[in-house]
Design a protein around this ligand. Structure first.
Ligand code: SAM
Length: 253
């Protein structure tokens, strides 16, 4: 192997939800590459003080990956950082795409992908056990895939009875996306289906709201929100003066 490159998931936000191996990789970094807020988080989480920060815009993922691979070949120890898990709508696939399109010598680099707590797991653990049965994750961003594909995946996931976790539910550029998604789901699911908005889990401004599909509004979400849609086996436990718990039965009665 020639060169070493880490691709690291930093977890959802809280410094307590990063793995020990991710922390260790950060201490070995000569270079940190990622979207600015994640690089800042890596520094706060104890990255080597000598590491050079290469903060780039989130739309430059392939360039960032190529830069990291080039640094690794030069004998440095670049660490590419993502929020949550780097393999879930994160930087890991951009790194491998760059390898597959790049010089054959990049295939000699020792690329180590270190997992992180992805947003759906962080959100689920706050509210009970909503992922007890089968579930799927879908990114609602149509920057990278056409709306038709997205709508089809939503409809089929709902028909199949999955609990559905929606990443990237809404942005300034796509203010209506989530409402369009809810409209697709309403064609298939009962209006009583549980919908959870889990915002900024593990970060300042954390907020959790629950409603039912018939009343769910896209305006309840922003780009820091994970939206969880329950299934027919998802149950709610009311608690006086406290937020309810949610869980999904592991069996289909
Ligand atoms: C580009 S994706 C990155 C996902 C990340 N790689 C992961 O594994 O969590 C960004 C989306 O993840 C979700 N997300 C990330 N961190 C979150 C958090 N702390 N709380 C709630 N949702 C979060 C939001 O839906 C956000 O729009």
């Amino acid at each position: 192997m020639t060169g070493l490159l880490y691709v690291v998931g930093l977890g959802p936000g809280s410094g307590e939800q990063i793995t020990q191996e991710a922390c260790l990789a950060l201490t070995q970094a000569t270079d940190l590459l990622g979207y600015g807020p994640y690089v800042a988080r890596a520094v706060a989480l104890g990255a080597a003080k000598t590491a050079i920060a290469h903060e780039t815009d989130n739309r430059e993922e392939l360039d960032r990956a190529r830069h990291a691979l080039t640094l690794a070949q030069q004998g440095r120890v670049p660490v590419v950082v993502s929020g949550g898990d780097a393999g879930v709508f994160g930087m890991a696939s951009a790194v491998f795409e760059a390898v597959s399109e790049g010089p054959s010598s990049w295939r000699e680099i020792d690329i180590r992908v270190l997992p992180g707590v992805t947003a759906v797991l962080a959100a689920a653990s706050r509210i009970g056990a909503p992922l007890g049965g089968d579930f799927c994750v879908i990114s609602l961003s149509d920057n990278l895939k056409p709306w038709d594909v997205l709508a089809k995946r939503l409809r089929l996931a709902a028909e199949a009875g999955f609990v559905i976790a929606l990443y990237n539910p809404r942005s300034l550029a796509r203010p209506d996306q989530l409402d369009r998604g809810f409209a697709v789901l309403r064609d298939v699911l009962s209006g009583e289906t549980v919908v959870i908005f889990a915002r900024a889990i593990g970060r300042p401004g954390e907020r959790i709201e629950s409603t039912v599909l018939a009343q769910a509004e896209g305006a309840s979400a922003d780009m820091s929100t994970l939206v969880l849609i329950g299934c027919a086996q998802t149950r709610q436990i009311e608690r006086p003066g406290r937020p309810p718990w949610f869980y999904t039965l592991r069996r289909i009665p």
